[in-house]
Design a protein around this ligand. Structure first.
Ligand code: UDP
Length: 253
């Protein structure tokens, strides 16, 4: 049997060569890391949940015309994706103050922001992914002004879609991170959503209780991470079939 060629291994995922040109297989590991990998653990089942959840979000985004790299899920832990040239930026959208923004600006966690705020972080583990401005991005050639405008438009559309979806199942989308990649079509390039969208890269708070249902459960030792992600999946109706009955979305009154 031929061995698959690994293209890249990150903290939570592995990329393998895909079956066709310009495709990759994205494998979701159970590894959890936080604080730039200073804290790490293996959370059984996390990879399966994130594979499912990312499939669900990206399929929905594709369906409303927000382009993503997702093609199809191939098994419990793997999905077929389009190969992209990743822009070396983490694009964060915030609706509510939390995490690094609360610390940096002294705003209480949970304060609603007057409008969604977009931030860019330069992807560099050695530097701890520093916050950068549009000036840095353009001066250092990480992306053009047109790319930045396109990234902002994409990020806001993802925010509206994800916020609405989560609100429908009683969850507040506090903030999230996406990564964006370039694909080339003849003389043109297009930016599409890449990487993953999952509770690893979002802050999700139960609207009623404020309970955290995202990676902060791991970062802050608040209980079982797998249980939190399972709760999100269940509410969205994304859980694998239980017996022969598909679990449907549980709408909140
Ligand atoms: N985030 C992420 N990967 C990172 C940094 C942040 O997915 O390397 C997500 C994080 O889960 C949160 C949002 O981006 O939903 C904003 O994170 P923040 O800047 O507050 O940093 P943190 O407090 O997570 O260090």
């Amino acid at each position: 049997m031929a061995r698959r060629r690994m293209v890249y291994e990150g903290k939570a995922k592995i990329l393998y060569e895909g079956p066709e040109p310009d495709t990759l297989i994205q494998y979701f590991k159970d590894d959890a890391t936080a604080f730039n990998a200073e804290k790490r653990d293996v959370i059984e089942g996390k990879g399966v949940l994130n594979n499912r959840l990312s499939e669900y979000f990206m399929t929905g985004l594709n369906g409303i015309g927000v382009p993503t790299h997702f093609i199809k899920r191939v098994n419990m832990r793997e999905q077929l994706i389009r190969a992209v040239e990743i822009i070396p930026l983490e694009v964060v959208v915030r609706n509510v103050a939390a995490g690094s923004m609360s610390k940096r600006l002294g705003i209480d966690e949970g304060t609603a922001l007057p409008r969604p705020i977009i931030e860019f972080y330069y992807k560099d583990d050695a530097l701890g992914d520093p916050l950068v401005t549009e000036e840095h991005i353009i001066a250092f050639n990480w992306a053009t002004q047109q790319d930045i405008d396109d990234m902002i438009a994409l990020a806001l559309r993802v925010n509206d879609y994800m916020s609405g979806l989560m609100y429908g199942v009683g969850i507040k989308l506090v903030d999230f991170k996406i990564e964006i990649g370039r694909i080339f079509e003849g003389d043109y390039q297009r930016l599409i959503v890449a990487d993953e969208i999952s509770p690893d890269s979002c802050r999700l708070w139960d609207i009623e209780s404020g309970k955290k249902l995202d990676k902060d459960v791991f970062r802050q030792d608040l209980g079982s991470l797998a249980d939190a992600y399972t709760e999100v999946a269940k509410r969205l109706g994304v859980m694998p079939r239980v017996g022969n009955v598909a679990t449907g979305p549980k709408l909140v009154n």
